[in-house]
Design a protein around this ligand. Structure first.
Ligand SMILES: *Cc1c(COP(=O)(O)O)cnc(C)c1O
Length: 360
């Protein structure tokens, strides 16, 4: 008898992650591979996080603190909210799944952009909800159209700010106008995985919306600027009412003890964060200049990656770059996304791209 799978699950395709460095090395026998595909921190983890990890190994036979009290307390102190307003996830990815399961009954709707983080659609569909897809406008979330898309069935609205993969942001004024139009039965999810990189002073203070008691949740992560993607830990900040619902379905030991320790140490390493920000700022300038010199017009980005129309099939460019030992990300059509790396990595990326485009 064939397997009986829920049609919503059958409709999904497995997420394709950025290719790991070791895999490409193995496949092509390359000694050196540069990965600019998953928006990771090119400086690596904070040295303080690494020290905390070694200290944590002696107690690995114990279960983690399921409430992750020290880390949640440190986050609450920093953001001036209460500890019960902070929830941790196995990556902020996991919190997206908790939100979908907690708030969506079958057929309920979740509004999201068409070119945004692909996990939203996956989690909403897996929870038997209905993704309502709103096209971007000039590469940015169209908040007007997203507000227009809200119905009585809407439960979630995903706002990825800055947006992955475009790198664009929406401003405080625009967000406040959106919030004024969102009914209280809708939870607005501010996914701010790249918030620490943003330089634009118009960026919204989304934690302030939480403090005002609005029905919003702010998601952030230790995977990006904090350089801990391999440990899987991220956090959400919301009203205690919202976190309470999420905690009812959160697996009790969803964040491991090493991740909790490393995240706590990384959170206190302001110097590493500042250095990472400076490397990305300089690298962004280098990349935009280099891409412009090659005749491209990268979309101005507030994050640690650029989204660019390569003027030909993006998949072919992605594959040719792999043969050059450079992993980037093909998103769709002619669009590729490139993470900002170290100065030398950026230089090698630009040289490889030039060879791919002009092979003779
Ligand atoms: C990377 C990323 C995340 C976070 O991923 P985790 O590693 O699961 O914390 C969330 N949202 C967006 C838009 C991202 O790019």
């Amino acid at each position: 008898m064939p397997l009986k799978v829920h049609p919503d699950i059958a409709s999904l395709s497995p997420y394709v992650p950025g290719k790991p460095i070791e895999e490409l090395q193995r496949e092509l026998g390359l000694a050196r591979v540069i990965k600019l595909a998953s928006n990771e921190n090119p400086l690596g983890p904070s040295p303080k996080a690494l020290a905390a990890l070694s200290e944590g190994t002696a107690t690995l036979h114990r279960y983690p603190d399921g409430g992750a009290f020290r880390l949640r307390e440190a986050l609450a102190d920093r953001l001036k909210v209460t500890v019960d307003q902070v929830i941790l996830g196995n990556g902020s990815d996991e919190i997206l799944g908790l939100l979908a399961r907690a708030f969506l009954a079958p057929g309920d709707e979740a509004v999201m952009a068409d070119q945004t983080f692909v996990i939203y659609k996956m989690e909403v569909t897996a929870a038997h909800g209905k993704p309502i897809i709103v096209p971007l406008k000039q590469w940015r979330h169209n908040l007007q159209a997203m507000a227009d898309a809200i119905t009585d069935r809407t439960r979630l609205l995903f706002l990825c700010n800055p947006n992955n993969p475009t790198g664009t942001m929406v401003s405080a004024d625009e967000v406040e106008h959106l919030l004024s139009r969102v009914p209280t039965h809708v939870v607005v999810v501010f996914d701010e995985a790249y918030f620490e990189y943003v330089q634009n002073p118009q960026f919204p203070d989304s934690i302030a919306y939480v403090k005002q008691g609005r029905s919003v949740i702010v998601l952030r992560t230790f995977s990006k600027i904090y350089g801990l993607a391999g440990l899987r830990i991220g956090y959400g900040v919301a009203t205690a009412e919202i976190t309470n619902f999420l905690n009812r379905i959160r697996p009790p030991f969803n964040t491991n003890s090493l991740a909790q320790r490393a995240a706590l140490a990384a959170l206190g390493d302001d110097e590493h964060v500042a250095r990472s920000r400076a490397v990305i700022e300089a690298g962004m300038e280098q990349m935009v200049k280099g891409l412009t010199a090659l005749g491209f017009a990268p979309i101005p980005s507030e994050a640690n990656f650029v989204y660019v129309d390569v003027g030909r099939d993006g998949r072919a460019v992605f594959e040719a770059m792999l043969r050059e030992g450079v992993i980037i990300r093909h998103i769709e059509g002619r669009m590729v996304r490139v993470t900002i790396g170290l100065e030398e990595e950026n230089r090698e990326f630009l040289a490889a791209l030039k060879r791919v485009l002009h092979p003779h």
